[in-house]
Design a binder for this molecule. Structure first.
Ligand code: FPP
Length: 233
């Protein structure tokens, strides 16, 4: 039996929740471990978080897995992040299937090493008919890049906001309701700038590898206490 925090109103869950997964390096350093180890544990937390969100009834979960700026990290760290995805994502395919999780990617994944790109596209293809929850991997993703990608597809045409939104990466996903950033930093860091127009924000202290089911639940409880006005009174 799955035990969900009783304070969560299951009839009012956010449609789209995002996690800015910050603090893998600090989590590891605090324990005298190499920061790469923080990424390894951080990776495992993604599956936990999406499964928990699916159990709560959240239909879309976005995670900021690799930003357009992350290429500027030391090559060995970039290689390690790719290695983690390469070694583990395929193993997680069964979990995605069993839990009805559809995987999609936002960002130009063609820029990744060929085998990684092929692995990701295979997972996307194999999970495409799952309907319980969508995991949107923001990978080689930047909010500005997303907007420029859409603008470049306009071909000079005049459009409305709604029409413009349809040109973004994964435009069929709803706007963000809640953005959770771990590690206590209060920054947006070029994440889903268009989609977060009316999102609520939670900046929580634990580093990403320290996220738990209990904490995910608490985020939803806190979100449900917010009064959203969407610019109205
Ligand atoms: C931030 O910690 C985290 C990242 C840059 C993301 C790391 C990527 C993963 C865990 C892989 C997830 C991938 C998929 C496909 C699910 P940080 O390094 O900025 O930590 P710090 O601020 O403490 O240095």
């Amino acid at each position: 039996m799955i035990k969900i925090n009783k304070k969560i109103d299951l009839n009012k869950v956010p449609a789209h929740v995002a996690f800015i997964m910050d603090g893998n390096g600090r989590w590891a350093n605090k324990r005298g471990l190499h920061r790469h180890f923080g990424h390894r544990i951080g990776y495992t937390r993604v599956l936990m978080a999406v499964k928990r969100c699916a159990d709560i009834g959240i239909k879309v979960v976005s995670v900021y897995a690799f930003s357009t700026e992350n290429w500027n990290r030391p090559k060995e760290e970039v290689d390690e992040i790719f290695r983690i995805i390469r070694e583990n994502m395929h193993k997680d395919l069964d979990e995605f299937q069993m839990n009805g999780i559809k995987v999609v990617a936002s960002g130009d994944i063609t820029k990744f090493p060929k085998d990684l790109y092929e692995k990701l596209t295979e997972i996307i293809e194999k999970t495409k008919n799952n309907t319980r929850c969508t995991l949107n991997l923001c990978i080689n993703y930047g909010g500005r890049d997303d907007i420029v990608y859409a603008a470049n597809r306009l071909n000079g045409k005049k459009v409305t906001e709604a029409e413009f939104g349809k040109l973004l990466y994964n435009s069929d996903l709803p706007d963000l309701d809640l953005v959770v950033r771990t590690s206590g930093e209060q920054r947006v860091s070029n994440f889903m700038l268009w989609q977060m127009a009316y999102a609520e924000f939670l900046f929580i202290k634990p580093h990403w590898p320290g996220i738990s089911e209990k904490l995910v639940d608490k985020c939803i409880v806190d979100f449900q206490k917010r009064k959203r006005r969407f610019g109205k009174v």
